[in-house]
Design a protein around this ligand. Sequence first.
Ligand code: NAD
Length: 472
Amino acid sequence: MVKICCIGAGYVGGPTMAMIALKCPKVEVAVVDISVQRINAWNSDSLPIYEPGLYEVVKQCRGINLFFSADVEKHVSEADIIFVSVNTPTKTRGLGAGKAADLTYWESAARMIADVAKSNKIVVEKSTVPVKTAEAIEKILTHNAKGINFQILSNPEFLAEGTAISDLLNPDRVLIGGRETPEGKKAVQALKDVYAQWVPTDRILCTNLWSAELSKLAANAFLAQRISSVNAMSALCEATGADVSQVSHAIGTDSRIGPKFMNASVGFGGSCFQKDILNLVYICECNGLPEVANYWKQVIKVNDYQKTRFVNRVVSSMFNTVSGKKIAILGFAFKKDTGDTRETPAIDVCKGLLGDKARLSIFDPQVPEEQIMRDLSMNKFDWDHPVHLQPTSSNPVQQEVGVVFDAYEATKDAHGICVLTEWDEFRKLDFQKIYNNMQKPAFVFDGRNIMDVEKLREIGFIVYSIGKPLDP
Ligand code: NAD
């Protein structure tokens, strides 16, 4: 029986390994993590991450061929194939702070593998890492474990949070990069055999190591660039009376452009897009390509501008001040169907409104209160002037923010509503009831363009949607 171990039981390691266990009943899969709390949650009925369909898959395999354990060394030493899916955040201090990937977790995982390995291993980069990381990992492994053959593969993950299970079940492609030596080819084939249990072989792409590593950064940069392109267009739409949905539809029907990923919004978030573009920027700079670095930097700058523009619109619409006014925040997660708030635009929007002394009442169906409070208490990381992330010293958050358990409570007596996550349940709210319980005039600022604007205007709301003509 092939034994697989995955180091890192997070948003990627957990679902990916659950899918391998489901589709490869003859493979034994162990997911390990240094966080005992996270492992306990994976072994309970209340999984550490919310992802539609995940619980069902885990329940089917857990204890049969899928195991979650904090005994990292035992499972690593027994495995034939070791995936490393640890976090690779942006460095917050030292060389490359604010841009470069922090590979501390990766390096300590690699050193631990070298310490405990007693037989040949295939080590798979599942985390998103800078191009050429495999070279560094090879050095760490081979210098620390003499006589053992390690084959390093790059197998970046393309799942999106909120749709992880369907993305894993039916991926657009699986990418495997390896060395072009006989041992390298053998390792690629071993990993290909795992995925081939359910992924059509024409969707399994094999490349050299560096192409696989760079493709992941490039894919995220292209996706984020598309969002910033539509958002940049949304600002021009608002200035001219064009409607960004009509413009997106008109250009998306061109088959070279295509209709997907064309929605204007308050901005992209999540743990990956910004971090991976910053990483790309750093790699370009290190390779003497400042113009290319500046090109990608602009994608993030437009994203920041979109969040600022949204806050400014809220304040200016509400007679240039939100001081003392209650504003309901509907949605805090960076997208629907996840409880993940890493880099969510809601953080910047809430902080912007708090800066103008608003009182906030926040509701998100999946994000707990302590997570929201923690996110709002952290200083924003400024990548042009990096300082270490720390709690703000004068902290208005405790007094000015309330987290509540439903949208009706959040909107009661509010002057305005900001929709910041596209949760389906927000579309189904009884807006007449909400309007009746709000201060007048009552405003809706739709940061995701999910609301029925006409209906809201009929009720009496003043509505702002991104990139759309303003209230008549
Ligand atoms: P995560 O923070 O949810 O999970 C990482 C886990 O690794 C944590 O639970 C942490 O405790 C554990 N860990 C760290 N060092 C360890 C060690 N030495 N030994 C054992 N466990 C250790 O992160 P994530 O969102 O799953 O992302 C993991 C990687 O995948 C990142 O590189 C990310 O860029 C990439 N990625 C993420 C997504 C996504 O949607 N979240 C998608 C594709 C790729």
